[in-house]
Write a protein that binds this ligand. Structure first.
Ligand code: FES
Ligand SMILES: [Fe+2]
Length: 325
């Protein structure tokens, strides 16, 4: 069996943090196997478009500038507006109407810049990303943010969540969460789990409730000892790699010191777990028909849910004999 390069799924994906694109700035991006340009106009409204200028192919994210609400190409000064239309050729009285940039729907939601990606530009966003009131609530801490690039397809990372057995072996967790409910509804999933924590006051039953909205966005509530919210995003860079971003907020405790101590302990644990998972993900193969234990999590149910986000079939798994070079 060999490694599978999964197709790029469609959905809403985070492409930047807002502070990476202040008003009037341009940021080159690479996601979905494509070169992209992200820019914020003078008012701070963010746009994401294909990077290559339709005139003679310059990368608009490398030397392009924001100019009067549009993006100006570094090569010959053509300007493109927020819809992707050419709005000025500085050395011609006319614009070229055929010169257009593919423009992606963008939302700023929960403090994240997200775009709708579908291989077919004509397909409009098929679901929404919820607004989480805690993110802006004064009762919750600011985000603690971390980011990783992993050389594995998004689906392999997500499968981890429905695989409780690995926690004991990869993460050294004594008490493994029990999945009480796993349900999917179109692009959404809900997974409700229980986890017991040993505390000085005895064993406390906590909950880990995870809500997914397509392949790129999910949030997880941890309750029991403290209330903590993890907003996690997974963005395909290409068929074989993803960027993972964690945004973590906790309900404020009495004073700032204890709030940040608790938040930092949570963040440290989640980041530790991700670092422990990475060597597994980066070297494993995808087995289409795995040999499962009856007490394994809902692995196949999860994979059926994933399949809806592809517009092409999964490639055949290649054997090492044919894929080795
Ligand atoms: S390549 Fe962009 S204006 Fe010529
Ligand atoms: Fe894990």
């Amino acid at each position: 069996m060999g490694r599978v390069r999964f197709p790029i799924p469609f959905g809403w994906f985070q492409v930047a943090e807002p502070d990476e694109v202040p008003p009037g700035t341009v940021l080159p991006l690479r996601y979905f196997g494509r070169d992209l340009v992200c820019w914020a106009d003078e008012q701070g409204e963010v746009h994401v478009q294909d990077a290559f200028c339709p005139h003679l192919g310059a990368h608009l994210g490398v030397g392009g500038v924001v100019d009067r609400g549009a993006l100006r190409c570094p090569f010959h000064g053509w300007r493109f507006d927020a819809s992707g239309a050419c709005c000025e050729i500085p050395y011609s009285d006319r614009v070229n109407r055929k010169a257009r940039l593919r423009t992606y729907p963008v939302i700023l939601r929960n403090g994240l810049i997200m775009v709708w990606y579908h291989p077919d530009p004509a397909v409009a966003p098929a679901w929404d990303i919820p607004e989480l009131p805690e993110v802006t609530s004064p009762e919750f801490s600011d985000y603690h943010t971390s980011s990783y690039v992993v050389q594995a397809p998004w689906q392999e990372l997500g499968e981890n969540a429905v695989d409780p057995a690995h926690f004991r072996y990869v993460h050294g967790t004594d008490e493994v969460a029990t999945i009480r409910r796993y349900e999917t509804d179109g692009p959404r999933f809900v997974m409700i789990s229980e986890q017991s924590y040993v505390t000085p006051r005895g064993v406390v039953i906590g909950h880990i409730d995870s809500y997914g909205f397509g392949p790129g966005f999910n949030y997880v509530w941890f309750t029991g000892i403290v209330d903590a919210l993890l907003v996690a995003t997974t963005t395909p860079i290409d068929e074989g790699s993803v960027q993972v971003r964690f945004h973590f907020t906790v309900r404020k405790l009495g004073d700032d010191r204890s709030t940040s101590t608790v938040a930092e302990a949570f963040v440290a644990e989640i980041n530790k777990q991700l670092r422990e998972d990475i060597p597994i993900w980066e070297h494993k193969v995808h087995l289409p028909t795995p040999a499962l234990a009856d007490t394994d999590g809902p692995i196949m149910q999860y994979r059926r849910w994933c399949a809806q986000f592809y517009t092409e079939p999964l490639p055949e798994v290649s054997s090492p004999a044919t894929s080795a070079t």
